[in-house]
Design a protein around this ligand. Structure first.
Ligand SMILES: [Zn+2]
Length: 358
């Protein structure tokens, strides 16, 4: 099962933030490992204390404390996205001589896992990419092609994954086989012994990456977790007759359907409200499994029965500004407004619809 990957809580980091028009700057700063870096990018958010959120020309987002900034230089020209060659060179420099780059049409995969495995992963990513764009086009949503290559890192075994991922996500690395990281914008996984069993997880994480790079979701904006996880679980459903070859999108996710059915027996009346209003249910291990299941079920229900409203809802979310979180009442109000129905009536329709899904 895909697990939670803790996200750096940028609000804690930046405190009261000033939102402003993005502008190009070159910033020299010390990163969290005290290495000096120079990043050309756009300042997305600037805090009153001088800290900033900077998106580099390769789409990595840096959260920089005021005391880490060495020099800032304003650029007159807009930021030019880094080319595949530039990003590849940076990856190799960062990861070291045991790594190679496997480029596909839309991805740059840095790997030390051997060529046959990286080819498999690359083919899966491209397949998802195609299906993802086609699926949303069919829902009358033309997504943006990212103007920089999407980066993935595929490590040779669990030990090297732990080594790398520990830095990114800490203890969580123990219980996952892959993750998407919101700041670095990278998807990371390793040569897993049982490919078939893990295809769904790889797809799940790669879906997060795609959603955040095609204009569908905006990193560090208000992204209710049920939306992000609902999308990822909607896309991950493996084709059971063909488990090695993930193909179709939007099948019933049997794992989550079974969990949903167990949950329904004791589902509280205010379940929809708690799912939407904040992300609390995802934060504790005791409630996360049913929160994922309900996110999948709600996403499935909305796509099948209220497609246009659901797409409008995603669009409105995608227009949010970084670090501008909605309050609990604001999240509920927005959901009801865009869906054109009260939570109570939506919940009735939701429960009725889900009884027929199998
Ligand atoms: Zn997820």
């Amino acid at each position: 099962m895909p697990r939670l990957v803790p996200i750096i809580i940028a609000t804690v980091f930046l405190g009261a933030a000033i939102l402003r028009e993005t502008r190009a700057e070159t910033v020299r700063f010390k990163d969290s490992k005290q290495n000096e870096r120079e990043v050309k990018g756009e300042v997305l958010v600037e805090a009153q204390n001088g800290g900033m959120m900077l998106r580099g020309d390769d789409s990595r987002i840096w959260l920089i404390q005021p005391n880490e900034i060495i020099q800032r230089k304003r650029d007159d020209a807009p930021v030019t996205p880094a080319s595949a060659e530039v990003v590849s060179a940076r990856l190799l420099e960062e990861l070291g001589p045991t790594f190679s780059i496997y480029p596909t049409q839309h991805y740059l995969i840095a790997y030390d896992c051997g060529e046959p495995y990286v080819q498999r992963v690359g083919a899966l990513f491209e397949q998802l990419h195609r299906s993802f764009f086609t699926f949303w086009k069919n829902q009358r949503w033309e997504l943006d092609e990212p103007d920089y290559p999407l980066v993935a890192i595929v490590l040779r075994d669990h030990d090297s994954f732990m080594n790398y991922a520990g830095n990114d996500i800490g203890e969580t690395a123990n219980s996952v086989i892959g993750y998407y990281h919101l700041s670095s914008n990278r998807m990371t996984t390793f040569n897993v012994p049982n490919w078939e069993r893990n295809v769904a997880t790889i797809i799940h994480e790669a879906t997060h990456q795609l959603a955040y790079n095609t204009g569908m979701q905006k990193r560090f904006a208000d992204n209710p977790m049920w939306v992000s996880e609902g999308l990822a679980t909607f896309f991950e459903s493996p084709d059971m007759r063909n488990p090695g070859r993930w193909r179709s999108i939007g099948r019933v996710n049997q794992v989550n359907l079974a969990r949903w059915r167990r949950y329904v027996r004791s589902r509280p009346e205010e379940s929809l409200a708690t799912l939407i209003a904040d992300d609390q249910r995802f934060r504790s291990a005791a409630t996360a499994t049913t929160a994922y299941a309900e996110s999948w079920a709600l996403t499935y229900f909305l796509i099948k029965t209220r497609r246009d409203e659901y797409v409008d809802y995603l669009r409105e979310l995608s227009e949010g500004k970084p670090l501008a979180e909605r309050t609990r009442p604001e999240r509920i109000e927005m959901f009801e407004r865009v869906m054109g129905d009260s939570l109570i009536d939506l919940d009735k329709a939701f429960m009725t619809y889900m009884r027929r899904v199998n």
